[in-house]
Design a protein. Structure first.
Length: 318
């Protein structure tokens, strides 16, 4: 955690003298560090003569000792970064460097956060949660199907625990409040997908984002917008770790089939008419639910068809 930012995270004014004394450096050095910080993070600082410096908007920084202890408590190693391209990419680098799963990678910021279907994932500094869990599957063929849907249930559970009661799921793994996206999941598997393999479970939760950016092409919301107050990102990460740990245990032991009915009960579009599209091909049908492998069950004409694959997109017919 950046020590200077940690002193300023509450959004209250602190003088250059006070900041300098706290960090054992000169006022001039504080001023230089703040200019650098602004340029690197995109955070906005206010300077008022006689009062000092403050962040225009308070933030909630990741508290590393707290989080690493909590992750260790559920049996996971952890790696924290100030800024990186993507926590999923870093997780892959760490696997290649020999780091043993399970472990989590989080960062205050992603420069090239990735979403599904080649989209980018907007990842401003200190605002949201960018979280990748590296997990090994002993029986990939049995445990991979439906994994990202089980993860969706875990994210939903974590958000409900934080007080967002009207959150639901959209196949395959969008987490929405009404029509607005609050979290997304990008799972990437490596190794022998039919046998022992490693999966990177990338989760992005919009926690304190208020303004967004032009890159956001879908309607979105955040925990802060839903609760009407700044959320503690550490609490979000802890709640997510707890629910992921229990849902993954069920999923790996029994398979997605054991969670299928729960998933359908939280499916916002259950029973609705929708278009499923892939590479310019569109099929219209009624959403019946999902099967034991997490594939979408669609009633097309008089027959049921099952669809799976990360490149498919689903649109509601209104
Ligand atoms: C989606 O398109 O809905 C999936 C979004 C997944 C975003 C997360 S943020 C942490 C991890 N790192 C990435 O680059 N992407 C995932």
């Amino acid at each position: 955690m950046n020590p200077l930012l940690s002193l300023l995270q509450d959004g209250k004014f602190r003088s250059g003298k006070n900041l300098g004394e706290s960090l054992g450096v000169t006022r001039a050095s504080i001023w230089k560090q703040l200019i650098k910080l602004e340029a690197e993070t995109g955070l906005q600082l206010e300077r008022i003569r006689g009062r000092g410096y403050r962040l225009s908007d308070p933030i909630s920084l990741l508290a590393l000792p707290l989080l690493s202890e909590h992750f260790a408590g559920v049996g996971w190693g952890s790696y924290f970064f100030e800024s990186l391209a993507s926590t999923n990419d870093k997780a892959r680098d760490l696997i290649q460097a020999g780091c043993q799963p399970p472990f989590v990678v989080t960062s205050e910021q992603q420069i090239s956060g990735r979403g599904r279907r080649g989209r980018s994932w907007v990842s401003p500094y200190g605002e949201n949660l960018y979280f990748s869990l590296v997990w090994s599957l002993d029986e990939g063929a049995r445990q991979l199907p439906g994994l990202s849907l089980s993860v969706g249930l875990a994210v939903l559970e974590a958000l409900r625990e934080l007080g967002i009661s009207n959150v639901g799921l959209k196949w395959p793994n969008d987490v929405l409040v009404g029509e607005r996206k609050i979290a997304g999941i990008l799972t990437e598997a490596f190794g022998d997908l039919a046998d022992k393999c490693t999966v990177i479970i990338g989760i992005g939760v919009n926690v304190n984002m208020m303004r967004g950016s032009d890159e956001l092409t879908q309607p979105w919301t955040s925990v802060r917008l839903e609760l009407g107050r700044l959320a503690d990102r550490n609490q979000v990460a802890i709640s997510l770790a707890n629910s992921l740990s229990s849902y993954l245990a069920v999923h790996c032991h029994y398979g997605f089939g054991a969670l299928r009915h729960e998933w359908e009960s939280k499916n916002l579009w259950q029973g609705k008419d929708a278009t499923i599209s892939s590479s310019g091909r569109h099929v219209i049908g009624r959403i019946l639910g999902v099967d034991d492998a997490g594939a979408l069950r669609l009633l097309v004409g008089s027959g049921e068809q099952h669809y799976s694959g990360g490149e498919l997109s689903l649109r509601l017919i209104k």
